[in-house]
Design a protein around this ligand. Structure first.
Ligand code: FUC
Length: 789
């Protein structure tokens, strides 16, 4: 028996299990639907995998037009104070409760001058003159457990392989070309770039160098590729290309950078030449094996923290077929759902690492010089959503660029708050770029979200809740939160209707009229003030806490139940039950806020449910109801309402309507917009574990479609790492690892029956509480396990 088991183990060791991967049996039909993204945060590339001309489009996050150096750039600031104009709109709203967005934009809007666009850096094109017309056994894949893309095909009895990865430790993109027989690698490598820059391309000693500057703003950039062939011959051409003939294998390393620096007001740093050259040289000296080992160690160190088993079975289908066939039920559907969850984590690691800009609307991947919405940072949902999965799915490190970026908004945001609102503190208004654009644009239905700073600041406090890191709270979160709160201590006005403190003018994102105190505006400010009051207590800023407490007493929290049982979107009962607009922003207090919950505020939770049902789930004939991010947000809303089946329905709709063949989220059809990916991953995490009510809520919204499963490594607020195993829809075992000492409260159906709670030494631990909620005292660093009998 033992012998037989060992034999099985030898034939099929656990590591031989097929890794989580996307794969295709043909080259990409296009970049957007079929390209496979790799990235190390700062750099990204998309692998489309043509045999004869392999076009490796690549990016570096800081290559942007616009900003300082571009004619007319002024950070979006109006030329003179807008305080009087804002007061004029407030008076209009005092007279009449609703004013059309066009009228307000005519008074407050500003031209969007020299805002800029995120740029494609260019393409590294590998031309294989001897490539076959019809290759055999073609396979293009992206292994998301190792973050390696691979292409393989057979021709003339030779198996050719191309591997591609983006190394964070080495800060380069690495490509290796191999063949099953010697001397079979022949190709030409060349760089291309769009015409909106001065590019000087040269090749020498196996190195292509392309320094240049963007015509628009003078931003300097450089790309370098080193081509190291084993065996064969190498030659350089005057056009800056490098040709390799008859080699056994070849290693290519690509690095790119600019002289951008996240530094207001100039946003310029050192010339990129030295840094780029040092990176390619150091990578080339390391060689493929070491680059690969260090990359996988770094990547897996993050990715492997969370595993999800919902009974998925990948089967033999390529990913485009899996997407096409989705909806038939069973293990194949679960395979795609589990893959989408982990793919969101993959994309976050690949597009957001310390030392660069945060993930933008397309993460780091963009093949255009004028991408949709400039591929910027929209802050009325999109940038925020990008970071929703970071803490819950155990990827806190990926928040580093987000935190650096928001820290960096304070300096320009202070000028904007003063010039536009006449207020102290910092904020921004709808969208921003890497150049500190914190002022206004003039698009009537999307230009006025002055609470954006407050929302971003709340995310800092949420990060603190997950980590309980007091140094972070005092040194990073507090200055950001305090500054964001100062704006509203200054800028709130008294509503003549009821004497409450309100935001005015205020606008429910991209929807309806301008009014005073749209629900979302009030909820965001209320949420920030309550978080900041709590934080002030911890950091000992009592004077500020008193100001916040006093304001909170008079602040309208933005929570009203209307005539048809809905949660009102505005202070007046204007909601239309037939309205299917994609934004459901008035549910902010349910998610990501925490003012509404079925346990603490059941009536408001019911009203949120009514509103959500009316808004609908899917893409409608109006076109924009079901953007990817809108569905993803609704997943989280339903999860927080404890309706796992409805959350799952939205996940299914997102997979059917918004997932492209490469699992990138489509806005509606194209364009690709990555927030839906990140939001879906966060939504799945919310279905399995929640912790917003000082309670670790186990399987709060488990859908019927996932009766049995196991998740390991999710994070709960209070610095707890959680694993859950469930059968028949009920938790059977919960493991909690406490990062801090203190009381842990858990809510689970497991407590309905007999259970035991033990520490790592299998000693019983006593619990208090009754029914579904039990508490116990945890020691720092200890692991506890709750098991159902
Ligand atoms: C917000 C959304 C839009 C789009 C844009 C990038 O303004 O309302 O739907 O996602 O961001």
């Amino acid at each position: 028996m033992i012998g037989a088991l060992m034999l099985v183990a030898l034939i099929a060791p656990a590591s031989a299990r097929a890794p989580l991967a996307l794969w295709y049996d043909k080259p990409a039909a296009d970049w957007e639907h079929y390209g496979l993204p790799i990235g190390n945060g700062a750099m990204g590339a998309v692998i489309t995998g043509a045999i004869a001309a392999d076009d490796i489009q690549f990016n570096e996050k800081t290559l942007w037009t616009g900003g300082p150096g571009a004619p007319g750039y002024a950070y979006g600031l109006p030329p003179a104070s807008l305080a009087n104009a804002v007061a004029r709109v407030q008076e209009m709203l005092d007279r009449s409760p609703r004013v059309e967005p066009q009228a307000v934009a005519a008074i407050l809007g500003q031209p969007m001058t020299a805002y800029g666009d995120y740029q494609t850096f260019g393409d590294l094109i590998l031309t294989f003159s001897e490539a076959p017309k019809t290759p055999g056994r073609y396979r293009r894949s992206l292994d998301i457990e190792h973050a390696v893309a691979k292409l393989a095909y057979t021709a003339g009895g030779v198996r050719y392989t191309r591997e591609y990865f983006a190394s964070f430790p080495a800060r380069v993109i690495v490509i290796r070309l191999t063949a099953s027989r010697p001397r079979k690698i022949s190709f030409t490598a060349a760089l291309t770039a769009p015409a909106n820059r001065s590019a000087a391309r040269t090749a020498q000693d196996g190195r292509i160098t392309e320094p240049g500057a963007l015509k628009d703003n003078g931003l300097k950039y450089e790309a370098q590729v080193r081509i190291i062939a084993r065996g064969g011959r190498r030659s350089e051409a005057a056009d800056g290309s490098v040709t390799v003939t008859g080699a056994d294998s070849a290693l290519l390393v690509l690095a790119a950078g600019t002289n951008y620096a996240l530094h207001y007001p100039d946003y310029r740093g050192p010339d990129p030449h030295e840094g780029v050259e040092a990176r390619v040289d150091s990578a080339a000296a390391q060689g493929f094996e070491r680059l690969y080992r260090d990359h996988v160690k770094d990547y897996a160190g993050l990715f492997d923290r969370v595993t999800l088993d919902i009974g998925q079975k990948m089967g033999e289908l390529p990913t485009d077929a899996l997407v096409r066939d989705y909806g038939k039920g069973g293990a194949g559907d679960r395979a795609l759902e589990a893959l989408l969850f982990q793919y969101g984590r993959y994309l976050l690691i690949a597009s957001s690492r310390a030392g660069s800009l945060p993930a933008n609307l397309q993460g780091v991947w963009n093949d255009s010089i004028s991408p949709p919405w400039n591929d910027d940072y929209h802050v009325n949902i999109n940038l925020q959503m990008n970071y929703w999965p970071a803490d819950p799915t155990n990827l806190a490190e990926t928040e580093a660029p987000f935190l650096d970026f928001v820290d960096g908004l304070r300096a320009p945001g202070r000028v904007s708050a003063q010039r536009i609102l006449g207020a102290k503190g910092w904020t921004l208004f709808l969208n921003t770029d890497p150049w500190g654009y914190t002022g206004l644009i003039a698009w009537p239905t999307a230009f006025w979200q002055p609470e954006a700073g407050a929302w971003l600041a709340s995310q800092y406090y949420d990060h603190y809740r997950f980590t309980l890191d007091r140094t972070f709270l005092a040194t990073r979160a507090w200055p950001v939160m305090k500054g964001a709160a100062e704006v509203w201590l200054d800028a709130l006005v008294i509503d003549p209707r009821d004497g409450k403190l309100v935001v005015s003018p205020s606008y429910s994102p991209e929807h309806g009229p301008f009014s005073a105190s749209a629900s979302m505006s009030q909820q965001i400010v209320y949420g920030l003030f309550s978080d900041a009051a709590e934080a002030a207590k911890i950091v000992g800023d009592n004077a500020f806490r008193e100001r916040l407490d006093a304001a909170l007493k008079k602040l309208d929290p933005g929570l009203r139940i209307g005539s048809w049982g809905q949660l009102q979107e505005w202070k007046e009962d204007w909601d239309d039950p037939k309205d299917e607009h994609r934004h459901t922003s008035h549910l902010y207090a349910l998610d990501p806020g925490h003012q509404i919950s079925p346990l603490a505020t059941p009536a408001l939770a019911e009203a949120a449910r009514v509103s959500l049902r009316a808004r609908g789930d899917s893409t409608t004939k109006h076109g924009e109801a079901g953007t990817g991010w809108s569905k993803a947000w609704k997943m989280s809303f339903w999860a927080r309402l404890y309706d796992g089946n409805h959350a799952h329905l939205l996940l299914a709709q997102l997979l059917k309507e918004n997932a492209m063949a490469n699992l990138w989220d489509a806005y509606v059809g194209p364009p690709f917009q990555i927030d839906g990916n990140f939001g879906a991953t966060a939504g799945i995490a919310e279905m399995l574990l929640q912790s917003q009510q000082r309670l670790i809520d186990i399987l709060p919204a488990l859908p019927d479609a996932w009766p049995d499963g196991e998740v390991r490594g999710l994070r709960a607020r209070g610095d707890v790492t959680v694993a859950i195993r469930w059968r028949g829809g009920k938790a059977k075992n919960i493991t909690l690892t406490a990062g801090h000492a203190g009381t842990i409260s858990i809510r689970s159906t497991l407590f309905a029956g007999k259970f035991k709670l033990e520490n790592a030494q299998r000693k019983p631990v006593s619990t208090s509480g009754s029914g579904a909620v039990r508490s116990f005292l945890a020691k720092r660093g200890e692991q506890y396990s709750v098991t159902a009998f």
